[in-house]
Design a protein around this ligand. Sequence first.
Ligand SMILES: NC(=O)c1ccc[n+]([C@@H]2O[C@H](COP(=O)([O-])OP(=O)(O)OC[C@H]3O[C@@H](n4cnc5c(N)ncnc54)[C@H](O)[C@@H]3O)[C@@H](O)[C@H]2O)c1
Ligand SMILES: [Zn+2]
Length: 358
Amino acid sequence: MIRIPIDLGAAAYEVLIGAGLLTSIGQEAGRLFPERKACAVVSDSTVAPLHADKVMESLKTQGFQPILIVVPAGEPSKCFGQLEQIVREMIRAGLDRKAFLVALGGGVIGDLAGFAAAIHYRGIPYLQVPTTVLAQVDSSVGGKTGINTAEGKNLIGAFHQPKLVLADVETLGTLPRRAWNEGFAEIIKHAAIQDATLLPLIREVAVGEGNMSELIARNVAIKGRIVAADEFETKGLRALLNFGHTIGHAIESCAGYGELLHGEAIALGMKAALHLSCKHTGLTSAAAGEINDLIAMFHLPTHLPATMTDAAILEKLSRDKKFDQGQIRFVLLDSIGSAHLSDVVTRRDLQEAIDHLR
Ligand SMILES: NC(=O)c1ccc[n+]([C@@H]2O[C@H](COP(=O)([O-])OP(=O)(O)OC[C@H]3O[C@@H](n4cnc5c(N)ncnc54)[C@H](O)[C@@H]3O)[C@@H](O)[C@H]2O)c1
Ligand SMILES: [Zn+2]
């Protein structure tokens, strides 16, 4: 098992990474919460039948009294309705401020259940047990929780750091191939902005070799370092994690439901951002090629869906909150592992970057 500390002062916690960790959650909770007994395990309708038994058993063995709350799998569950269901079910089951919560699932469950923990009796502690690649390397670390509304994604939420993240790489074994591949977009992003030495390990994992626990751990360390330096996203550092996400988000929101997964849209956004980095900050085409090759190794898309128009993407981009008085704050690479925020990218550049994805 690998332990990565997330250095957040009073809110510091550890991320544990390894194979078969689900069965040790009771022990870990016992260590963290010697005074607490009641808890809720929140999961979704796909993950619960696959993995909840182990978690429930492990908690019961250590003398906890867990209830299991299951929401429908998928992004639509990140909503006020499901949030209300969760906290009301906890209240009805007698879980008060002395209870704790376990979020077992992908980023949807982490965000939704984490937010429920943030507001239940004005805040109870919680553990993140991420079960997707994306959740293990990205969403479970950093304490951002929240839900979506019709007005936009993640506009309602709270910073609420977990007391522990337990990433069991064995749970990733039940992921469909497309969901597995999707998560590597964020891994490639981490390497691109912070750590060129990660590339060989990513290549090894792509061909079925390489140590997945080590790869997850190194990514958690990268995300953790950035979060620790900029916990509330006020210093611009956390914004580097938006590499590939400006154009990527616009593409994602233009796509029809289920047409492009988040990581697939981000892969396209990274290809566009690499192109603009070559143009503006002297990233070599060889370096851009290395990242693009990795994207292709995980069968992530390299071209826009033919039906998606330039006008639609540009319209979404103009609504991006990173647009400020006609200028867009854009993450560019100088070299692999070195990123910075820039305002040199123009609307014409954005058009050129979209052309590059045709
Ligand atoms: N809080 C943050 O900092 C942060 C960062 C990035 C993304 N996010 C959020 O994360 C969400 C996306 O996360 P996600 O991609 O994990 O989505 P997800 O939670 O919807 O999981 C994807 C799908 O995989 C299924 N699944 C999960 N684990 C599985 C397993 N082990 N085996 C089989 N199936 C499994 C789920 O049921 C779901 O259908 C978005 O809502 C996004 O906004 C949050
Ligand atoms: Zn992302």
